[in-house]
Design a protein around this ligand. Structure first.
Ligand code: MG
Length: 171
C-alpha cells in the first residue's frame, strides 16, 4: 500500500543592492538603476525558491550544494541551480505541489513583472503557473529594504510523493 507524504519547506534570501541595473529577479531582469550583488547572478527570488525546495526534501541548503567559495559558481545562472535541485527532487520521487513567494523591494513596483516571474518559475519547476504565487512588498521606507539597500525574498514550497512501505521518509 502506498502512502502519500507531504513536506513543506521555507526559503529566504537577501542580496545587497548596488548602483547600476538591471535587477536580476525571478529568472528574468527587471529594468532598474540598481542590481543585486552576489557570487552567482544574485537572484534572491530563485535562491529563496531553491532553498524552500531543498528544505522540504531535507536536502540541505543552497550554500551547501553551490558553495560561494567555489569559483565554478561565480556568476552562476540561478535558474540552472534551481533546475538541478528540481532534478534531485524528482530523483527521489518528490513532486512539487505549489510554491508561494514574497519579494521585498522598495522600488521599482513589481506589479508589471510579477506575472512574468510566476510564468518563469513555473517553467523552471515544470508545474502549472497557477501553482506558483509571487507577491511583492515594499519596505515602507524603513529598514534595509525601505532604504533600498537590499532585495529580499521568501518562499514556501509544498512537495509530495507516494512512497511504498519499503521507502523510508529520508530515502
Ligand atoms: Mg542568494
Amino acid at each position: 500500500m502506498n502512502d502519500v507524504h507531504f513536506r513543506v519547506g521555507i526559503g529566504h534570501d537577501t542580496h545587497r543592492l548596488e548602483p547600476g541595473g538591471p535587477l536580476r529577479l525571478g529568472g528574468g531582469t527587471v529594468p532598474h538603476d540598481k542590481h543585486s550583488v552576489g557570487h552567482s547572478d544574485a537572484d534572491a527570488l530563485l535562491h529563496a525558491v531553491t532553498d524552500a525546495l531543498l528544505g522540504a526534501a531535507s536536502l540541505g541548503d543552497i550554500g551547501e550544494l553551490f558553495p560561494n567559495t567555489d569559483p565554478a559558481h561565480h556568476g552562476a545562472d540561478s535558474a540552472r541551480m534551481l533546475t538541478a535541485v528540481c532534478e534531485r527532487l524528482r530523483g527521489q520521487n518528490w513532486r512539487i505541489v505549489n510554491v508561494d513567494c514574497i519579494v521585498f523591494l522598495e522600488r521599482p513596483k513589481l506589479g508589471h513583472h510579477k506575472n512574468a516571474m510566476r510564468m518563469r518559475i513555473a517553467e523552471l519547476l515544470e508545474i502549472p503557473a497557477h501553482d506558483v504565487g509571487v507577491k511583492a512588498k515594499t519596505g515602507e521606507g524603513v529598514d534595509s529594504v525601505g532604504r533600498e539597500e537590499v532585495v529580499a525574498a521568501q518562499c514556501v514550497a509544498l512537495i509530495e510523493r507516494s512512497s511504498p512501505a519499503s521507502l523510508t521518509p529520508d530515502s
